[in-house]
Design a protein around this ligand. Sequence first.
Ligand SMILES: [Fe+2]
Length: 296
Amino acid sequence: MLVQTALSPTKFDKNASTFVAIGATYEGRDFDLLERMLPLVDYIEVTPETIAEVHDHEITLSDEVMTELKNIGKARQIVVHGVGLSIGSHEGWSPTYFRLLDDLLEQVDVAWHSEHLGYTKVDDQHLGIMLAMPKTEEVLDMVCERVNKIQQRYNLPFLLENIVHVIPDFPGDFSEARFLNALVDRTGCGLILDVYNLQCDAHNHGFDIPRFLNELQLTNVRELHVACGVEHNGFLLDVHSQLTRSSTVQLAQDVVRRSEGSAEVVVYEFMPEAVPGMGRDAIAEELGRLRVAFRN
Ligand SMILES: [Fe+2]
């Protein structure tokens, strides 16, 4: 059977320096990978759009993967991490995303749901990429209003994640960290800090990570992401296709220590397409390394 290694929910010692739960991406239809991962993780992160299928011009969640998730949910916590909401599009967000999320939440219990602080469409034209928003008062007002609506609609914690900057930031009223601080102050939402995204920004644009972490209210960080991609023409890409670098894990450890117990889980993110290249055993070993790094 799919889930045989049920753990009782883990109690975490909030005072321990780097003691947090471990999570991993899973998008279904890979039992070999799931069997290797389940003994090593406390959370499974799922993306509604990735497990969706198109039938008769309608996008719906895959019944097959939802059956898997229901089984996984008996043994592990599930967190939803969307990519298609486009909370930062001036013309409005994606209604399709909410339909998929509604359907998923009706079928499985999740600990919280989250999205990215960015936009994927302009004037309803899909960009094929996610871009960061200008850090202006106008944008902050718009995003806060939308976050409040999401929190009213779902009786679940909602988290937003810092995304990688493909292009340099448009000049704004806030630094990256102060924008995130203000967002949480005004809405009460939580943050996901993707430390690999910070490293990409540092590599590609000279982003000052120590300064950012000193400015950011780290007790707002509830979840961290670790990942690794590849360099192309000197540009470090956020493609989630590699095992993590030790510098990424060390950065995540630093944030967890400084979060004063607010950080609950570190999620290792990788694309399903990258699994054959990395190897399922290597992914399991990576999760084992993360357990040593964050559970001791
Ligand atoms: Fe991430």
